[in-house]
Structures are given as C-alpha cells and as structure tokens.
Design a protein around this ligand. Structure first.
Ligand SMILES: *[C@@H]1O[C@H](CO)[C@@H](O)[C@H](O)[C@H]1NC(C)=O
Ligand SMILES: *[C@@H]1O[C@H](CO)[C@@H](O)[C@H](O)[C@H]1NC(C)=O
Ligand SMILES: *[C@@H]1O[C@H](CO)[C@@H](O)[C@H](O)[C@H]1NC(C)=O
Ligand SMILES: *[C@@H]1O[C@H](CO)[C@@H](O)[C@H](O)[C@H]1NC(C)=O
Ligand SMILES: *[C@@H]1O[C@H](CO)[C@@H](O)[C@H](O)[C@H]1NC(C)=O
Ligand SMILES: *[C@@H]1O[C@H](CO)[C@@H](O)[C@H](O)[C@H]1NC(C)=O
Ligand SMILES: [Ca+2]
Length: 406
C-alpha cells in the first residue's frame, strides 16, 4: 500500500452542503463524495482500516443533520462509510442505531425516554483498527425526575468487528441530572481512542460547564450491553470529577487527544480547558493521567479569548518516537505596531523532549484575517505507511472554510 503525497481538503459543510472533496494523491484529481444537501456531510471525518493487515482504507464521514431510517426521528444525524477510491454517490450510512426513541411508563402513561431528533449524531467520529465510535452530543433524555425534564446528556455508539456489532455508551445519562450534575454534559462533543483502544469521551457541559472527561474499554462497553439498561455503569469506567465552582465554564472535554507522555506505556490525555474563571485572562489545556484521571500539567495560552485549546492533537511530529502536542487558538489576534489587531489564529507546537518535559511552543500563525487558522488539527497518521506521521506538516488546519492535510 502506497500513497504518494497526502492532501485532504474539504469545503466548509455550511458553505457547500453535502459535498466532501478528498484528495490523497494530488489536487488535480480529488475524490469527491456527496451526501444529502443540508446534512452537514463532512462535519467530521476519519480514515478507517478494517484490520491492521487490510490493504484498503476507507473514509468515515459524519453528517450530523442527515435524516435516517429511524422511525419518527427527524435529522438524527449519521455517519457514512465511503470506499476509497470511490464514486461521489458511493457512501452508505452505517447502521449504528435503527431504532425509535425508547419509551417509559410514568405514572401510568407512556412517554419518550429519549429524544433522538436533532441529536447531531456524527458530530464526532473516530476509528481505531476495526473499531469506530461516533457521538450525538445533543442527544437528550427525560432524566430520572418525575417532572420529565429534557437534559442534553449526549450519547455515543461504538461499532466493532468491521460493523458486525454495535453498542451505545452514554456516560452522562446518570442519576445526576441538571446543570449542576451531568445533565448538560453533551458527551461525545469530542472523542478519541487511546493506543490500546480505550475510548476517551469529552463532555464539556458537566458541572456548570466545568466539563468532564470519561474513559472506558470497548470490551466493557459491549459486555452485558442491553437496550434496556438505560442507566448503566460500565465496569472500569473512569471520569474526572466536579471541582470547586471557581472552575465553572472551563469546558474541559471540548476537545480531547490522547498520547504517551510518561515514557512508559501509560497514557495521559489532553483536554481543553478554555476559560478558567479564577483568572479570565488565562486559557489553558490540561493534561490528565488516564490511569486515575487526575491533572498532571497544563499548557497555557498567551492571549485572552484566543480560544487556546479549541482544538488539540497529539502525534509524533519529528519522528523520534515520542508524542508531541499541537494546540489551536483560532481567534488569536496578531498585533502589528500601529495597525489594528488582526484575528488570524495560531497553532502551537510543543515537542516532547523527555517524559512530561516539553519544548517552548513553536507558534504557527495564520495568514488570512478571520481565517481561524487552528480551528481543527488532526494528525493524518501514517497514511502512506512509511513509518512517519507525515513529514513536513502532518497536521490539518482550517482556514477560510477549507481543511488541508499536507
Ligand atoms: C429531513 O426530513 C425532514 C422532514 O421529513 C425535512 O424537512 C428535512 O429537510 C430533512 N433534512 C435533511 C437534511 O435532509
Ligand atoms: C400521578 O397520577 C395521579 C393520578 O392521575 C396524580 O394525582 C399525580 O399528581 C400524578 N403524579 C405525578 C408526579 O405526576
Ligand atoms: C468491512 O465492512 C465494509 C462495510 O460494510 C465492507 O464493505 C468490507 O468488505 C468489510 N471488510 C471486511 C474485511 O470484512
Ligand atoms: C498516573 O496515575 C497512576 C495511578 O495512580 C500513577 O501510578 C502514575 O504515577 C501517575 N502518573 C503520573 C505521570 O502522574
Ligand atoms: C493519582 O496518581 C497520582 C500520582 O501517583 C497521585 O498523586 C494521586 O493521589 C492519584 N489520585 C487518585 C485519585 O488516585
Ligand atoms: C490545571 O487545570 C486544572 C483545571 O483548571 C486544575 O484543576 C489543575 O489544578 C491545574 N493543574 C496544574 C498543575 O496547574
Ligand atoms: Ca516527537
């Protein structure tokens, strides 16, 4: 398997609904995939390989406003499987969930237990070997209260063994409703896999928007899974806890990325913590120990309201087999002397020099005013299987409604 240059660009789904332009060899002959108009096809994308030795790669495309075959549900959102190379109409919806809203009997009357319409399924999607996770951060459920409130807890679905089994994982659908609990969690706003294949789910709305990060094993999610188990504690699940209210509005879990930073096989996660109310001038990204979900260290932005941490990515950029960290700040303003500040966006690169020791950040600044450089960063991974995660610029940046991987 060999790809020459790798370059991915797709247009902002809002400006060009329903079309994804993918080019893995050159800009001249891109593969174009098309989804339904208005479905936000292309909102999330990942590459998928059924098994490590499989010689085909396909593309998974999230379309969070797509209609599905789920009875009575409007715009649930979907994830499409697109063979690559493939024709524009070759993408098919992956049947993560074919069912209607579950119902519950409350005080003698049947009521919906959950609300899947407009849930934004496919807003996040990630693949790891033959396993795929996709989430619906705006999935609501009725809560445990008699009064029947609707809380946007969010939910995720996993597919294993090349889409032969599926299970739901909704870590915030718990007995702890309302904004002060996990009711506004929006689990799956961001999601990733650890290298061992554990799931890492970000829920930025828990605990008055302090946010929360959960991890759970795929095997544990599948083991004993039942549609009837609405409130379910997955064994071995770990999560960060509520902190003092000075941490409200931190949005921990707005974005997550996983890497190895301790020199052994342990992994730490990087999670956004965009605004810390103790000090409104500070924005930061927190590194969390995935073994016991405690904070290890924080990376701090240089500019207030630059949205430092809007996106994070972890990959080995310099080929020394240690994970490095990229942090996006898409609203970063460049201040040139005697001119108005220009909002250009910035991406910071931290090279890991030794376990948990990082270089001073190298800043890459956007070139277009209002280009929001750094909105999305994704390591392309070893798509050409040459042992490097890209060579010169193996990250994806968004600028002027276009995404590129070089
Ligand atoms: C989904 O279906 C509804 C009603 O059937 C329609 O109004 C809406 O435009 C459709 N949305 C998309 C993205 O196709
Ligand atoms: C349950 O139903 C009874 C009789 O219809 C009613 O009096 C009671 O208020 C209801 N309880 C709740 C919590 O809605
Ligand atoms: C994996 O699933 C896809 C989509 O259903 C299918 O096209 C492909 O042939 C399957 N691959 C293997 C190795 O089973
Ligand atoms: C992460 O947590 C585990 C379990 O408590 C601990 O053994 C390990 O030293 C921690 N790692 C760091 C870098 O704090
Ligand atoms: C997590 O691990 C760190 C480092 O070993 C330790 O200091 C801390 O107390 C642990 N926290 C919990 C909640 O176990
Ligand atoms: C990092 O930020 C988190 C969340 O704001 C905070 O709880 C933690 O104490 C900070 N850790 C360090 C080492 O500064
Ligand atoms: Ca490195």
């Amino acid at each position: 398997l060999h790809f020459c240059a790798a370059s991915l660009c797709f247009y902002n789904p809002a400006s060009l609904p329903g079309e994804l332009n993918l080019s893995l060899t050159s800009h001249k002959h891109p593969t174009v995939y098309r989804g339904p108009d208005g479905s936000y096809f292309g909102y999330a994308v990942d590459f998928y390989q059924a098994t490590a030795d499989s010689n085909t790669i396909s593309v998974l495309v999230g379309a969070p406003k797509a209609n599905t075959s789920q009875p009575g549900i409007v715009e649930a959102g979907a994830v499409y499987y697109c063979p690559w190379p493939g024709l524009p109409e070759s993408c098919r919806q992956i049947p993560f969930d074919n069912s209607n809203n579950r119902m519950i009997k409350v005080n003698g009357t049947r009521e919906p237990l959950e609300f899947k319409s407009h849930q934004w399924f496919g807003a996040s999607v990630r693949a790891h070997r033959g396993e795929v996770v996709a989430c619906a951060p705006l999935y609501h459920w009725r809560t445990v209260k008699m009064s029947g409130e609707k809380d946007p807890v969010g939910t995720c679905y996993v597919a294993v063994q090349n889409f032969s089994a599926y299970a739901e994982y909704s870590p915030c659908r718990t007995n702890d409703p309302d904004p002060e609990g996990q009711g506004f969690c929006q689990a799956g706003f961001s999601v990733d896999f650890t290298k061992e294949g554990k799931l890492v789910v970000g829920g930025p709305g828990s605990f008055y928007w302090q946010g929360q990060v959960m991890t759970a094993g795929i095997a544990e999610i599948l083991n004993g899974y039942s549609l009837k188990a609405v409130l379910r504690q997955v064994s071995g699940e770990k999560h960060t806890r509520a902190a003092e209210d000075t941490h409200d509005d931190s949005y921990l879990g707005y974005s997550v990325a996983v890497g190895e930073f301790t020199g052994d096989s342990e992994q730490g996660e990087k999670c956004k913590n965009s605004l810390d109310l103790r000090n409104l001038l500070r924005t930061s990204v927190a590194m969390i120990n995935s073994t016991n979900m405690t904070f290890i260290q924080n990376f701090t932005g240089e500019q207030m309201a630059s949205y430092f941490g809007y996106s994070v990515a972890v990959t080995d950029l310099n080929g020394d087999e240690t994970d490095d960290v990229l942090v996006g700040a898409p609203l970063f303003m460049e201040r040139e002397t005697e001119s108005k500040p220009k909002e250009v966006g910035r991406v910071y690169l931290y090279l890991q020099l030794a376990p948990l020791t990082f270089s001073e950040p190298v800043a890459l600044t956007g070139t277009y005013t209002f280009g929001r450089f750094g909105t999305a960063i994704a390591p392309l991974g070893d798509v050409n299987q040459d042992g490097y995660n890209g060579r010169s610029e193996p990250f994806q940046v968004k600028e002027k409604g276009e995404k590129k991987i070089n």
